[in-house]
Design a protein around this ligand. Structure first.
Ligand SMILES: Nc1ncnc2c1ncn2[C@@H]1O[C@H](COP(=O)(O)OP(=O)(O)OP(=O)(O)O)[C@@H](O)[C@H]1O
Ligand SMILES: [Mg+2]
Length: 136
């Protein structure tokens, strides 16, 4: 590295070796097995895979809205360098959910209004969170 070269920003989201089971009575079903990826600021990623492969489980784990029968066995979810798995419910509600990370749940007809553009609906959320700065 050259002298005085700025350090690269840390990733916005870094998921490492995330491993999760659904406890089904005596049986456990591993829904996520060492899932690792990172998202840089401004980057958009998609997760594709067959039905039941764990896409929704991954989203629910990141925003910490998993059902009680789910247990995270291993791994880290670093958001802006902070391990979300270590935050309390209260901290998640105050600092993260709806402010920094939002989820549009499966069945988007229930979450999005077809009369308005997706952009308007996303911007409305940010305005409500008082984070939206009108440009120009
Ligand atoms: N609440 C739950 N209790 C028990 N098992 C669950 C639960 N939610 C998901 N699973 C199981 O975990 C696995 C991953 O499911 P998940 O819903 O994350 O898949 P998905 O990739 O989102 O599928 P789809 O494309 O159908 O939405 C599946 O085998 C599913 O049956
Ligand atoms: Mg799903």
């Amino acid at each position: 590295m050259k002298e005085n070269e700025p350090l690269l920003d840390e990733p916005l989201l870094e998921v490492s070796k995330l491993t999760l089971d659904y406890n089904l009575g005596k049986r456990k079903m591993r829904a996520l097995d060492r899932v690792s990826f990172q998202i840089e600021k401004g980057e958009i990623i998609g997760v594709a895979g067959e039905s039941g492969c764990g896409k929704s489980t991954l989203g629910l784990a990141i925003i910490k809205l998993l059902p009680k029968i789910a247990s995270i066995r291993r791994g880290e979810i670093l958001f802006e360098g902070q391990d979300l798995l270590k935050l309390s419910e209260d901290q998640m509600n105050k600092k993260i959910r709806g402010q920094k990370i939002s989820m549009i749940f499966q069945n988007p007809q229930d979450a999005l209004n077809p009369v308005f553009t997706i952009e308007k609906q996303m911007v409305d959320i940010l305005k409500t969170q008082r984070l939206y700065k009108i440009r120009g």
